[in-house]
Design a protein around this ligand. Structure first.
Ligand code: ITT
Length: 202
């Protein structure tokens, strides 16, 4: 059936479409439908994902799918966390946001390895109000200076554990691969999606 992806972030939209494609789901984005972007007023990823999916489902009358995600840095007490997009400012300058992460680590006198994780909360809301929520996480370290031009957001400063390159140096297929043997995917988004696919798409 048809589904709205309640995001205005092109990087996420692209990745979510890649993940949905094999399941034969026809996905239209909130941007394409001209839906308004609700203000993210919740303090948790799950809360914001639900808020975005609810808003899109109500406005469109279609099942809606939202992703709220971000980078949590241990030495910054979990910041930027739910403020990950906001650290990039109005003009979505993630080079500046990555620099801010580095500056704040310096300001606190933190020493490498800088432990961090990405979290992704997915929410699906059906027009009848039924809700399903899933979460995925990937742990790793931050590297400065940023490396790689691929991906989006904080990808160039995040290196997942047990790999020798950042998300910014990886092809999207590598970041999102869903192993056929049922083992765990790599990225936070792919991991959350694995849980969703198991519950809703099979
Ligand atoms: P929507 O709310 O419209 O979906 P957004 O960019 O505002 O778009 P969030 O509020 O969830 O989305 O912000 C999450 C931010 O965290 C996002 O802007 C990215 O910069 C960062 N982020 C999330 N997943 C990421 C990933 O896989 N790689 C790099 N950065 C990521």
């Amino acid at each position: 059936g048809r589904l709205v992806i309640a995001t205005h972030n092109p990087g996420k939209l692209w990745e979510l479409r890649q993940l949905l494609e094999p399941h034969g789901v026809e996905a239209v984005s909130a941007g394409e439908l001209g839906l308004e972007e609700p203000e993210e007023t919740e303090q948790t990823f799950a809360g914001n994902a639900l808020l975005k999916a609810r808003s899109a489902a109500m406005a469109s009358g279609l099942p809606a799918f939202a992703d709220d995600s971000g980078l949590c840095v241990d030495a910054l007490d979990g910041a930027p966390g739910v403020y990950s997009a906001r650290w990039a400012g109005e003009d979505r300058d993630f080079k500046a946001a990555c620099l801010r992460v580095e500056r704040e680590l310096e300001a606190r006198g933190a020493a490498p390895p800088y432990r961090a994780h990405f979290t992704c909360a997915l929410a699906v809301v059906w027009p009848d109000g039924h809700v399903e929520q899933f979460e995925g996480r990937v742990d790793g370290v931050l590297v400065f200076p940023p490396k790689g031009e691929k991906g989006f957001g904080y990808d160039p400063i995040f290196r997942p554990d047990r790999l020798d390159k950042t998300f910014g140096e990886m092809m999207s297929a590598e970041k999102h691969a869903l192993p056929g043997d049922g083992s765990q995917a790599l990225s936070h988004r792919a991991r959350a999606f694995q849980a969703l696919a198991k519950a809703c798409l099979d």
